[in-house]
Design a protein around this ligand. Sequence first.
Ligand SMILES: C[S@@+](CC[C@H](N)C(=O)[O-])C[C@H]1O[C@@H](n2cnc3c(N)ncnc32)[C@H](O)[C@@H]1O
Length: 213
Amino acid sequence: MSKTPIALETRQSDAGRLFSPSAGRNKAVIAAELAEILTQGASVLEIGSGTGEHGIEAVSVRPDLRWQFSDPDAASRASQLAWAVHSEYDFPAPMALDMSDPASRAKVSGSYDAIYSANMVHIAPISALYGLAELAGRVIGEAGQMILYGPFLRGDASAPSNIEFDASLKRRNSTWGVRDLDDVKHIFAKQGFNTMRLRDMPKNNFLLVLSRR
Ligand SMILES: C[S@@+](CC[C@H](N)C(=O)[O-])C[C@H]1O[C@@H](n2cnc3c(N)ncnc32)[C@H](O)[C@@H]1O
């Protein structure tokens, strides 16, 4: 893992629960989309859960979901646990999962109806994107979904703000960068995810829903 700080913003804390300003702004709109996309009772593995606010919001909208938090960062996992304890819902203990590390990915057993990962693949080396795709190919059931949220480049159609964000990420860490949508599509297609639905989200972000049919 890179030693570059994982949070691009200052996260406030209350009794162990971290608050991310950006998650505070986007969690409701993401949870509303996830509520439409995820099947009844779906088991969801979240990769790079950060503060845990996305998962808490998703489960508060859809209490039938079975949500597994994860993050390689111990402070983030502690926040996910604090949010889980504070909530009225049951969550299993957050997992320490690093998508760049094959041994870490190997800790994931069984199958999930969906993997959800927000704002992770651009704040990690490209190996994390390949690792995430490998994990998705292995643990997502045949009818399941891989859901990615965040900014993506789209060649000449890239939003100027995403091109600027890409440059600023690379200045912080040369292995980071906003990923190109066609590359992402290709990487997941190699794992059998041949169908991609794209939803426009606020501030030039996207929700990508990848499936095998
Ligand atoms: C910008 S934060 C996003 C947090 C949350 N998903 C959100 O959107 O608010 C990126 C998260 O990805 C995690 N992360 C970084 N590298 C990772 C990797 N190789 N595998 C899994 N998670 C990683 C970081 O620890 C951090 O919590």
